[in-house]
Design a protein around this ligand. Structure first.
Ligand code: AMP
Ligand code: MG
Length: 325
């Protein structure tokens, strides 16, 4: 069973960093979700990450750094827009897809000529990367396709019997994955909505193009239609749909409700309200914990209220749509 170590303790960081240096795998907190990390320049270590998660090898990993200067070891010199985005949003929940250096192992990028890079703001993540003295390739610390972990306990429940160390840094403050941005011919492309709202990115680089969530040929495997999913069937209640319960009434189904702000009417087996004050950032921070709780309650169906599709609400709706596929 994995040891859960207090990520705020120096000894914990040393132990986790030393395991990383020796080619091991460590679960650690970031401000978005918990990651499952390995030395990005150690292909057998990265292979373990894919195996532990049951993640298909075609789904490339995000490489996490602790200092902007490490970009040079991974990517060719970034262009003007990429540099502007780094300056504005790093450290933070923004991942940039950039042309890679040949030294970056193919297993990290699934053979692509680009690499996804992020400088997280979480102090435990940064301390780990710094002490391990290598960029850390890390997807979320969950079995592939399932709900993302936003607490050390989520990681323990999902992967605890398969890994050695979980660094505990408390609940993730952003709670949804990073926004992924790529750069095309004269255009900035958002591959996945996430912790940094599209509106804020546009304030820095002008109009961006948003990739469709489920193209035939995903440019970004985060674009797989079903992802971030509970085991229980999830249905999104479309705006204006009234009498949630009546939708399932008479069917005998045991329904749970994921409400945005409440108050809640109707008779549900379980209710989770994401933000009583209607704050989208609070809702994002609570999203995966609420879904984990609803998914563990033995329900037949989870009904999820739509949230306003603005700011980080876009990322919430993206995750709910994929959870409902
Ligand atoms: P996860 O770490 O599970 O949140 O997912 C990381 C996501 O980053 C992948 O699913 C891809 O969508 C995206 N990604 C990583 N590397 C690349 C790349 N080189 N090009 C495009 N997307 C990438
Ligand atoms: Mg993931």
């Amino acid at each position: 069973m994995a040891k859960i170590l207090d990520g705020n303790k120096r000894e914990a960081i040393s132990e986790a960093a030393s395991l990383t240096k020796r080619g091991g795998v460590v679960a650690f907190p970031t401000e978005t979700v918990y990651g499952l990390g390995a030395d990005a320049f150690n292909p057998p270590a990265v292979a373990k990450v894919f195996k532990l998660k049951n993640r298909p090898r075609f789904d490339p990993l995000i490489v996490h750094i602790s200092d902007p200067s490490q970009v040079e070891s991974l990517c060719l010199p970034p262009g003007k827009e990429a540099r502007a985005l780094m300056e504005h949003f790093w450290p933070g929940p923004l991942t940039l897809v950039l042309p890679k250096r040949p030294e970056v192992p193919d297993i990290v990028t699934s053979g692509l000529k680009s690499v996804a890079v992020r400088l997280p703001s979480h102090p435990v993540a940064r301390a780990l990367i710094q002490e391990a003295q290598c960029p850390i390739a890390a997807p979320s610390a969950n079995p592939f396709g399932y709900l993302s972990p936003t607490t050390a306990q989520h990681v323990e429940a999902q992967l605890g019997d398969r890994i050695d160390i979980i660094l505990d840094g408390g609940p993730c403050q952003v709670g949804v994955e990073s926004t992924i941005v790529a750069f095309g011919e004269g255009e900035v492309l958002v591959l996945r909505p996430g912790g940094i709202p599209v509106e804020e990115i546009e304030r820095v680089v002008g109009k961006v193009k948003i990739a469709t969530a489920a193209p035939k040929q995903p440019q970004s495997p985060g674009q797989l239609p079903r992802h971030y999913s509970p085991r229980t069937t999830l249905k999104i209640l479309t705006n204006g749909e009234t009498g949630y319960y009546s939708a399932e009434e008479g069917t005998g189904l045991k329904a749970g409700l994921l409400a945005f702000r409440g108050p809640v009417e109707g008779n549900f087996a379980m209710v989770r309200v994401l933000s009583p004050s209607g704050d989208l950032e609070e809702a994002a921070a609570n999203l995966f914990t609420a879904l984990h709780q609803l998914d563990s309650a033995g329900l037949d169906i989870i009904l999820a209220e739509a949230v306003p599709e603005q700011g980080i609400g876009r990322a919430i709706m993206d995750r709910l749509r994929r959870a409902s596929k």
